[in-house]
Design a protein around this ligand. Sequence first.
Ligand SMILES: Nc1ncnc2c1ncn2[C@@H]1O[C@H](COP(=O)(O)OP(=O)(O)OP(=O)(O)O)[C@@H](O)[C@H]1O
Ligand SMILES: [Mg+2]
Length: 492
Amino acid sequence: MTTPAELALSSTDLTPRELAHLQRLLGSWSVLADLSFSDLLLVVPASTVPGEEPELIVLGQIRPNNRPTMLEQDLVGQTVLRSSWSLSAAALERGEIVRGAVHHPLIGESVPVENVPVRFGDKVIAVMVRVYSRAVATPHSMYEKNYFAVFGRLLGMITEAEFPFAQEEVGTEETPRVGDGFVLVDGEGRIEFASPNAINAFHRMGVYSTLEGHKLTELGVEASAVVWALATCHPVVEEVERRPDVIVLVQCIPLLEHHVANGAVILMRDVTDVRRLDRLLLSKDAAIREVHHRVKNNLQTISSLLSLQARRLPSEDGRAALHEAERRVRSIAVVHEILSRDPSDQVPFDEIVASLVRMAEDSVVSSHAVEITVEGDLGEVTADTATPLAVAIAEILQNAVEHAFAGADGAPSNASVRVGHVRVALAHSREGLCVTVRDDGKGLEPGFDIERTASLGLSIVRDLIVSQLGGSITMGAAAGGGTLVEIRLPPR
Ligand SMILES: Nc1ncnc2c1ncn2[C@@H]1O[C@H](COP(=O)(O)OP(=O)(O)OP(=O)(O)O)[C@@H](O)[C@H]1O
Ligand SMILES: [Mg+2]
């Protein structure tokens, strides 16, 4: 799909500033479609090709929210001959609004159109074409009368290059639309008219008195948007909280004549429910964080219990086994501790690695020194990958500090001679995650095969990496001595 900007760049001679002006118009013209109950098109002259008839190109289209559309087809990107859209061409050339009627092929009769020159600086750069049904041409109610009156004033602003406003923020999903509640005020901010939906919004804010002739602040609505918009001649959006449970989003659009604000339109939307949902989401986040925090605390309690129990065991083997279990529980707690700070489904894995390295360093028996370094980064890892991967890395690091630098008899070798090095390398690419742990220790026993080892530590690692995460693990001799462990996980 081509955006208006791409279209304009490829097929028109608009300058970047002119294009920005038109984009602001496209960002704020829903109010024009709704106030006039009309379909709107934005047409600009296409770049001329020598020897060919000049064309217009449709840069934007919007339908009213409050009436059926007159233009069911998508016209954006279409080019038409200037001679066949002569009313638009005339508005472009003359710089004035040109009204008339055109034959509507689908409806089968002529429909009224209004061609409004869009000025930027002192140049007419585009034409806004309003297409509407004869049925809406004459207002039937007070609110329709007021809509049309304001629409007329905004058209004047477009032809005078005063609408759209410079630096106006492009509307968001939440920006109120005319149908949400429409209030017209005079140059001093006194209410001249409020639409039925606006009256409902005032009622929800607890305002039941007569609105006409009063300023919002006199009615007890503490909205500074109107004062600001009138004073600065710029639109202002504000959220007004009335009583603790009602929140209304107020957008105030000043109406200018010769650069002076002589009135303003206030669009108001009750966003109480939207905000309530926002708050619920926030508290859901807090709850998830709390759960991770408690899981971490519980895991720490379990690891302390194991450690206490280990101390009471007479058997050396039993003690060692309980210490191992304690360490494994702690490596899981590391992940929950990080999730308790940021409960997204993505975990910054470098923080986890840093904690695991600290744990491994702490378990180094003091008679031999081991230096662990980390290079690279896995970036953010999903929470369900992070836990198994963290436990696996903890095992491998533990093996390195426990076995790589031990003497042939299993006792620590003479450490004063040599410092052991362990290098952890992390990489995250399109092929997935890759973790390598390399040590410069004594290397594996001859005939060692990770596929066949029955010892607990590496069985756990194999299970986590291969069965749980669908990855692969290899373990072999590192170049230049020592052991190299490599884990690869497929991309998620
Ligand atoms: N980095 C290493 N350098 C030298 N030998 C290693 C290394 N890593 C593992 N090994 C050898 O592989 C064996 C199996 O490791 P594994 O982690 O499965 O068991 P473990 O460490 O002996 O016991 P635990 O169940 O407590 O982890 C170790 O006993 C050790 O002989
Ligand atoms: Mg081990």
